[in-house]
Design a protein around this ligand. Structure first.
Ligand code: GAR
Length: 293
């Protein structure tokens, strides 16, 4: 459990201890303060007392924890933690966090663009995240019309500059790109581009990685391989991109069944349905979690 918290909050063991002490001390302080306040009101212990006590400690808990966090040097962590909690509780995830910069997204796609479309729809009107650019390596690809219809600029890229030139880093910077989302983008991302957007490139793969990943494993080829292997399930993997094909840290996997009646086309349909359901929200969550941390 401690290991999990350390990974989640990206803190050292010592820092985790200080955070847990802050939680415990702040919580106790909050309990004591709540009881003292109720003593002053002269209210008898009963149902009303318990209700008021719960309301009180909910209200004063953030103040108590923040207070304790100062001498323990954890104010920065708790300021962000409480802010995040507030946004989660009030369902205002979609609201711009005060003082934070809008996050600009570049969607890279080579094909029909159904995932790009879902992401564009999901983020339309979002106050923290904007699809600022669609990048495509294939003139005439369906995704271009989707971007144009949504009023999103399109950058058509060429092999030479992508692999051996500046990897389009300058062009992406010109659009103030913060994040890259690969939504059916079939070229391998060069190391130079990964370095320029370290930890900020997200890919979707139409299978349960590490199965059916790697060079040549894209689109229908994946589903054909799943069919040939008589798999009983397949699914999607949303992951960060590193220098290896379909390899980076996994963000989310979702499964669907494969029946003996399925062929590559029907598997593709099931997988696409999963992609459309989970990908846009996963992208939003990753970006928001990086802002409100
Ligand atoms: C999606 O199924 C995506 O997972 C896959 O290409 C399809 C694009 O569909 N990506 C890969 O295979 C990457 N290795 P779309 O153009 O309709 O979004």
């Amino acid at each position: 459990m401690f290991q999990k918290l350390q990974t989640k909050w990206k803190v050292s063991g010592g820092r985790l201890l200080l955070i847990l002490v802050t939680f415990a001390t702040g919580g106790s302080l909050c309990g004591i303060a709540g009881r003292k306040i109720l003593e002053w009101t002269g209210l008898e212990k009963g149902v009303l007392w318990v209700i008021l006590y719960i309301v009180l400690i909910t209200l004063i808990w953030p103040a108590c924890v923040l207070l304790v966090s100062i001498p323990l040097g954890q104010f920065g962590f708790f300021k962000k933690y409480i802010r995040k909690l507030f946004f989660r509780m009030s369902g205002q995830k979609n609201n711009m966090v005060l003082g934070e910069k809008q996050q600009n997204l570049a969607i890279f796609a080579s094909g029909a663009g159904s995932n790009a479309q879902k992401i564009i729809e999901h983020l339309s009107g979002h106050t923290s995240i904007k699809v600022a650019l669609v990048v495509c390596n294939k003139a005439g690809a369906g995704v271009i019309a989707i971007a144009e219809k949504a009023g999103i600029p399109v950058l058509i890229i060429e092999k030479e500059q992508f692999f051996r030139g500046n990897h389009y880093v300058d062009e992406l910077r010109a659009y103030n790109t913060d994040w890259i989302v690969l939504a059916g983008f079939l070229w391998k991302v060069p190391v130079g581009l990964i370095a320029a957007f370290a930890g900020r490139i997200i890919n979707i793969h139409p299978a349960l990685l590490p199965k059916y990943g790697g060079k040549g494993m894209y689109g229908k080829h994946v589903h054909e391989a799943v069919r040939s292997a008589n798999e009983t399930e397949t699914g999607i993997t949303i992951h960060f991109v590193d220098e290896y094909y379909d390899h980076g840290k996994i963000i989310l996997q979702e499964k669907c069944t494969v029946t003996p009646e399925d062929d590559a086309d029907s598997i593709a349909q099931k997988v696409h349905a999963l992609e459309h359901q989970y990908f846009p929200k996963a992208v939003e969550d990753v970006i928001l979690n990086s802002i409100i941390k």
